[in-house]
Each structure stands twice: as structure tokens, then as C-alpha cells.
Design a binder for this molecule. Structure first.
Ligand code: SF4
Length: 265
């Protein structure tokens, strides 16, 4: 066999192994997320790589968490930008569920790649689908006010949804769509590595906390999501319909602000 043929075969095998590893990694993430931890992989030392090689960059800053079995290795800002771009490119081509057929845009997420605070909502609505950005309608304007109420700017946090494509007529996401789309969000969270996640509404809170408990019971309390603090509150769209509950969200978001300031919950 000629050396060029050998080298092509070698490259093909390498690509196949990498693709299998990616599938396996998605599967493990998903199984863990849904509590079906068939593969025991703890503790995990996760190191992100920007290429096929395992690069232990001196820029990586370990962030340990006593409540977490994972030891996180945080990327530098430029590495986060690069990894998010790579992920966004993949998600934009995603056709894993039927929602890809009706979308105008994939709504990947927006904000600071190294944000301390990450908001996770449900799914894009009409305006988000048209503009390709999460939380741009009336609910989005309210979210911006909520963010500003704790002294932050919208561009200083990161905002994403559980689903990246709009469900028709803004119906609720179904279990299959959530299961297929959540691995994208899990990767986003791993790259951004926020100090705290604020889950907005029932679907985000129930999905990330793997529970069927109502948002009324989940809101305002600190939880852990894979070693990251998580606090759930009402979705801004719910607040537009139930303005009397704004004070509850204000109380919740103040807890987030205090956590970011003091590092304690
Ligand atoms: S909703 Fe998620 S899983 Fe479904 S096609 Fe869009 S990106 Fe893919």
C-alpha cells in the first residue's frame, strides 16, 4: 500500500473515532442529565481542547467546587469564544428533531462568553425565530429590565434556551425535543462555566433539575446543576400575564445578585 493511501486511511479512521467519541459524549451527558447514569465516570476532570490534541493550556484555570463531583477546568475567554463559535456552527446545522423544518433561524444564544450569570429560558418565540436571538420580544424587554435591576447589562450575562428552534404556534416543548436539544445547552453551559444559572420558568427549571416539581415550588431556592449554582424563577412571559408576581421575581433575582456579590447562597 502506498504511503499516501495509508495516510488517507489513517485520517479516515481518526475521523471515525472522533465522531464516535462525540456521539458517546452526547449520550453520557444526556443520560446523566436524565438520571440514567449507565456509565460511572466520576470524578471527571474535563479539559476542553481546541483541536484533536489534548492541550493542557496554561490559560486554563481550574475551578473546583466542593458540592460537585466534577472538577471543572475553565477556559480562557478567547478559548470560550472559539468553542462557542464551533458549537454554534454545529447547532445551526442540527436536524435532530422535527422543529428544524419550521424554523427561520436557529436561536443559539447570546451574551458574554465568560458570563458569571447565565439565563436559561424555554424556546424561541416568533420574534426570536425571525431575528435569531433569544428574548427579543416583550418578554425579552422585561428580562432586560430584570437584568438591569441588579446592576448588570444584558451583554454582560449569557442568555439561551432549552430549545434552539421555535415550536409551532409557540406550543410547549415536548419530551422528545427537550431530550434531543438539551445536549446543545449542556455543552454551552460547560463552555461558559457561569457561577450561577437562573432558570426561567417551568421547562427550564424542570429540565435542568430533572424534576416534575412546579415552578411555584422550585423558585427562589438555590440548587446545584452539575456543580453550578442554579436558582429558578418565573419566566418573563408569565410575568406579563401575572404582573402581581413581579415582586417574587424581584426577591429571587436579589438572591442571584447577592450570590454574585458575596459568593454565598
Ligand atoms: S430544536 Fe434543537 S434538536 Fe431540534 S432541530 Fe433545533 S437545534 Fe436540533
Amino acid at each position: 500500500m502506498s504511503s499516501s493511501l495509508k495516510s488517507t486511511r489513517l485520517q479516515e479512521t481518526k475521523a471515525e473515532i472522533l465522531s464516535l467519541l462525540n456521539v458517546l459524549s452526547d449520550k453520557v451527558d444526556l443520560e446523566r442529565k436524565f438520571g440514567a447514569n449507565y456509565l460511572q465516570l466520576s470524578p471527571i476532570r474535563k479539559i476542553y481542547t481546541s483541536s484533536e490534541e489534548d492541550v493542557t493550556s496554561p490559560l486554563l484555570k481550574p475551578r473546583t467546587d466542593t458540592h460537585n463531583e466534577r472538577i471543572k477546568v475553565e477556559l480562557s475567554k478567547s478559548e470560550k469564544i472559539k468553542e462557542l463559535k464551533k458549537l454554534e456552527k454545529q447547532v445551526k446545522q442540527c436536524t435532530k428533531c422535527e422543529l428544524c423544518k419550521g424554523r427561520t433561524n436557529v436561536v443559539f444564544g447570546t451574551g458574554a462568553p465568560d458570563a458569571d450569570l447565565m439565563f436559561v429560558g424555554e424556546a424561541p418565540g416568533h420574534y426570536e425565530d425571525v431575528q435569531g436571538e433569544p428574548f427579543v420580544g416583550r418578554a425579552g424587554q422585561l428580562l432586560t429590565k430584570i437584568i438591569e435591576s441588579i446592576g448588570l447589562k444584558r451583554e454582560e450575562v449569557y442568555i439561551a434556551n432549552i430549545l434552539k428552534c421555535r415550536p409551532p404556534e409557540n406550543r410547549n416543548p415536548n419530551a422528545n425535543e427537550i431530550a434531543l436539544c438539551t445536549p446543545h445547552l449542556i455543552k454551552q453551559i460547560e463552555i461558559i462555566c457561569p457561577k450561577i444559572i437562573c432558570a426561567l420558568g417551568t421547562f427550564a427549571a424542570q429540565t435542568l433539575l430533572d424534576t416534575k416539581e412546579t415552578i411555584g415550588k422550585l423558585r427562589g431556592k438555590f440548587f446545584e446543576y452539575q456543580g453550578t449554582k442554579l436558582l429558578a424563577t418565573y419566566h418573563p412571559a408569565y410575568l406579563l400575564r401575572n404582573p402581581n408576581d413581579k415582586k417574587k421575581v424581584w426577591a429571587d433575582i436579589k438572591k442571584v445578585r447577592d450570590f454574585l456579590k458575596e459568593g454565598t447562597s
